[in-house]
Design a protein around this ligand. Structure first.
Ligand SMILES: Cc1cc2nc3c(=O)[nH]c(=O)nc-3n(C[C@H](O)[C@H](O)[C@H](O)COP(=O)(O)OP(=O)(O)OC[C@H]3O[C@@H](n4cnc5c(N)ncnc54)[C@H](O)[C@@H]3O)c2cc1C
Length: 424
């Protein structure tokens, strides 16, 4: 089989690349995925009348084209929602983000945060060499110790000292020093962060977007795991089948892709320098309605999870009437077993998210093996070496995992457009 453009992975990035190629009149492409259905992490699961995503998958659309494309694909199957997010720490419930809502802390903690920030000398600051320094310079030690350190240690499963600060850009809200201090007096009028408002499909969960893209494609093949790539001969193997390509697009996790390369020992060796985290998700369906919220952060060490979201809160169609569904995100190193479940239940009860007499309809686990590319000191150089070498060999890497970065679904859609333009 000979294909002009072979696209590995039918997640949002692969689907968007194929969709845009087709929009430009190019039909000589094939997008392949090992899964049974397209969508990758943006797919949704229907379980007993409930819709679950792979943890929360909300559409953060900030570009005109991103909005236009999603509206075109989903038509009127789209809701716009306002974030209702909190942080539970100790016995306090604080609106998100912590650093812009100091008023909600107990007086002693609040005063400590103000004092800590005032102690930061904003004039003599050198470039932060890691995420810990970045936080200390911006927020002071108490805010770092109370929220930034424990939360990020859970999320990244390493010390913030081991992380660079390249990823913080859109992901860590940055109120000014003046605003942080004002937030200790009273709630601020301004909202912070990339997710103040977001979009979500009315029906079908986030997977509705991936399905809408997939429906348009003529060259999509699922249940086709790629097993080997030869960049010199321009061939990809799918078990015993071989495909010849002119252009190759990779959206698989970069270290996975590097390991598929035949006779490229230097490139393959780079895969061991790329670290990542995994995420375990425990999903719960309850026979009761829960007071609406979007998601809650849990920085405290004794809580096994770092975030809990109300899946049924994103769309009334995600759960039947009179029921609710929660997704509970845990570090990937915590095993999916009854001991962890017991800890989850105890923490949910203790925090008042569920009650002892609530009826549980069902629960199930999901695993996201590649969740966050780890921004350690080796990442930037390794990624740029690998991606540049692959580009020279006619292979373009794209998407959160292909480019080994921290990004959103909107970036997948936009990268698909840009890549299609390049390939055309
Ligand atoms: C916990 C979590 C929460 C998130 N929440 C949000 C959110 O709320 N909003 C947001 O915008 N973004 C969110 N994201 C990011 C979002 O999931 C990604 O940006 C986006 O889905 C990436 O799409 P992709 O196509 O690049 O990768 P993927 O969706 O991972 O697609 C890659 C595809 O490659 C396939 N594949 C793997 N190996 C092979 C093989 N050997 N052969 C063939 N196919 C293979 C996989 O089956 C998969 O379908 C979240 C991510 C995580 C981990």
């Amino acid at each position: 089989m000979h294909i002009k453009t072979l696209i590995l992975g039918a997640g949002l990035t692969g689907l968007s690349t194929a969709y845009h190629l087709q929009q430009f009149g190019e039909s000589d492409y094939l997008v392949v995925d090992r899964a049974e259905k397209p969508g990758g992490l943006c797919a949704s699961q229907e379980v007993k009348g409930f819709t679950f995503d792979y943890s929360g998958h909300l559409l953060h659309l900030h570009s005109d084209y991103g909005k236009k494309l999603v509206k075109k694909l989903l038509k009127n199957n789209l809701l716009r929602l306002k974030r209702k997010a909190f942080i539970y720490t100790g016995s306090s419930r604080i609106p998100f983000p912590f650093q812009a809502n100091l008023f909600a802390l107990p007086p002693e903690q609040r005063q400590a945060c103000v004092k800590g920030l005032l102690e930061v000398n904003s004039e003599i600051q050198k470039k932060p060499s890691n995420f810990e320094q970045w936080c200390l310079q911006r927020f002071g030690k108490p805010i770092y110790e109370q929220f930034m350190r424990p939360y990020n240690t859970k999320l990244w499963e390493c010390s913030p000292k081991e992380l660079t600060c390249e990823w913080c850009g859109p992901f860590v809200p940055r109120p000014s020093r003046k605003e942080i201090l004002q937030s200790a007096q009273k709630p601020l009028k301004k909202s912070y962060g990339y997710n103040v408002c977001f979009y979500y499909p009315k029906q079908g969960g986030c997977g509705a977007l991936a399905n809408a893209l997939a429906k348009e494609l003529t060259g999509l093949r699922t249940k086709s795991p790629v097993t080997q790539i030869n960049l010199k001969n321009k061939t990809a193997r799918f078990g015993r089948k071989k495909v010849f390509f002119e252009n190759l697009v990779n959206t698989l996790p970069l270290p996975v892709f590097l390991k598929l390369l035949e006779k490229e020992p230097r490139l393959t060796a780079l895969s061991d320098r790329l670290a990542h985290t995994s995420v375990n998700v425990y999903n719960l369906a309850l026979k009761k309605e829960i007071k609406p919220f979007s998601w809650i952060y849990f920085p405290d060490e004794q809580d096994p999870f770092y975030r809990v979201g109300l899946q049924s809160g994103f769309s009334p169609r995600n759960a039947p009437d009179g029921t609710s569904s929660l997704y509970i995100e845990l570090p990937g190193s915590l095993p999916q077993n009854t001991h962890t479940e017991k800890r989850i239940w105890e923490a949910l009860l203790q925090k008042g998210i569920i009650n002892k007499d609530d009826k549980v309809l069902f629960s199930f686990w999901q695993r996201i093996p590649y969740a966050y590319a780890l921004y350690d000191k080796r990442r930037a150089q390794t990624v740029s070496r690998a991606i540049n070498a692959l580009k020279k060999a006619g292979c373009f890497c794209a998407g959160r995992y292909g480019k080994w970065e921290y990004s959103f679904m909107e970036s997948s859609l936009l990268e698909g457009l840009e890549l299609a333009k390049k390939l055309i």
